[in-house]
Design a protein around this ligand. Structure first.
Ligand code: GLY
Length: 336
């Protein structure tokens, strides 16, 4: 697990960033347009893995294992979110995820590497690891995105087996929902978890990201959210940094959320400031913003991170040389 030979120097900002809002003066000082995120930083932290929600802790453990053995960012990102996909107790990712209103579990996922290659699957059913199928789309086809039946057929051709993703517990909750008043309006932070989005920075200084979800609970059949949309649920530029999103996917798509976060970092904003500005954009474009949750996490090329969301309750998990599998409350617009 030793990575110290590759650890260049601790960034004081990271320790200070581990507050509820993840804001610290040294990050703010570097936010001017004269100090772009991709300029040679005076200090570097790597490797780093950051992911969304409390289920990110288990995902980070798997990702850190890869990174700490000098593995690459892409392998780490995939390994991390596969843990969440395989957990039947999670109600928002992979097996055990909440179904659509017809009782079908449909999965969305995407992955991106440091070369800017990307792969994605959407509306994929009966396959345990959509993130691996997304990677196979990236590596084995000339395409970026496969959906529905075609994605499933491709997955099976790649050796994936069909499995039942609707667990008894999830089926019972769906049946209760069918009979409840919550039918028309999703609840913010239901069960305190959502999409798993995970960003990695490896010892070679390369970034990767993965994002996977069963999508909005009890959605209309055929609905696809932000998570498999490159630029919405996930985006990275290896010269700048990466970002991934969680929450109400429709609002993230409208803002091209993660592309926006990365472009803000490119313009010189710190990861924290980029997340805050992207949330402001979502707020400005969605009159119903107080009724939805959207959260972003971001990881700069230099290992600095950021996180911000609309409604209190969003957490992110972080593992770096300074923090062994920490879980932190994100700053939020509504808590001021
Ligand atoms: N952010 C997950 C979704 O809206 O599907």
């Amino acid at each position: 697990m030793s990575t110290r030979r590759n650890f260049l120097k601790a960034v004081p900002a990271v320790g200070a960033a581990l507050t509820a809002s993840c804001t610290d003066p040294s990050q703010a000082a570097s936010n001017s347009l004269n100090s772009p995120a991709h300029a040679p930083p005076s200090t570097l932290v790597r490797p780093v893995v950051i992911s969304t929600w409390n289920h990110g802790k288990a995902a980070n453990t798997a990702a850190w294992q890869v990174l700490s053995e000098n593995g690459n960012a892409l392998d780490a990102a995939e390994a991390g979110v596969r843990v969440t996909e395989a957990d039947p107790n999670g109600r928002s990712v992979g097996i055990g995820g909440r179904p659509d209103r017809d009782g079908n579990v449909t999965l969305d996922a995407c992955i991106m590497n440091s070369d800017g290659d990307c792969g994605s699957v959407a509306y994929l059913q009966e396959i345990l690891h959509p993130i691996t199928v997304a990677r196979q789309v990236m590596e084995k086809t000339p395409h970026v995105m496969l959906v529905g039946k075609g994605a499933q057929e491709f997955a099976i051709a790649q050796g994936h087996e069909k499995v039942n993703l609707l667990t008894e517990e999830s089926k019972k909750e769906w049946e209760e929902w069918l009979a409840s008043e919550r039918r028309q309006k999703p609840k913010i932070n239901v069960e305190n978890h959502d999409t798993i989005g995970l960003l990695t920075l490896d010892n070679q200084g390369n970034l990767a990201g993965a994002c996977t979800t069963s999508g909005a609970a009890y959605k209309y059949a055929g609905r696809v959210g932000d998570s498999p949309i490159i630029g919405a649920g996930l985006y990275l530029d290896n010269d700048v940094g990466g970002a991934t999103a969680t929450g109400w996917g429709e609002a993230v798509i409208r803002a091209c959320g993660c592309f926006l976060v990365v472009e803000l970092m490119r313009q010189g904003h710190s990861p924290q400031e980029a997340c805050e500005l992207a949330v402001e954009r979502v707020v400005a474009k969605n009159p119903d913003w107080k009724d939805i949750q959207v959260g972003f996490i971001a990881l700069g090329k230099d290992g600095r991170h950021g996180s911000f969301c609309i409604a209190p309750g969003f957490e992110y998990a972080l593992w770096s040389e300074q923090v062994e599998n920490g879980l932190f409350a994100s700053g939020s617009k509504l808590e001021g």
